[in-house]
Design a protein around this ligand. Sequence first.
Ligand SMILES: [Zn+2]
Length: 141
Amino acid sequence: MEKHKERSALQAVIDAKCPQCRQGDIYVYKMLSTKFTTMNKTCSECGLYYEREPGFFWGAMYISYGFAIATVLTAFAIMTILVDHVKLWQYFVAIFVPLFIIAPFAFRYSRVLMLYLFAGVSYDKDAIEKNEDKIKQEKIN
Ligand SMILES: [Zn+2]
């Protein structure tokens, strides 16, 4: 059996890995892809079903909203502090360009945080072995 990489919870969140085994990918493609929203249905390693209940990821919108507010406030503060006599269009550019740039990040990490904070799934280092045993049992039966 191959040795799996040990990850801290923070590293697993950054790498967008399954909250149960910290090995399987949550997303199919990389963030800088046109298909950055495509998620795996289940963890490829431990079999965890990511959408914990119907509409589970709707809650991620609140987290994404938080990322957007933080971006807007930061951009607004930077413009106000660093630029003299800011014009309205300059505020719009300074706010909407970063919002557009962080959109893939906000989409993906809001869902990752939703899984880690509100899915009721805890880390189980034996999750992969348990899943392999379950698959073997299903093949026997
Ligand atoms: Zn997993």
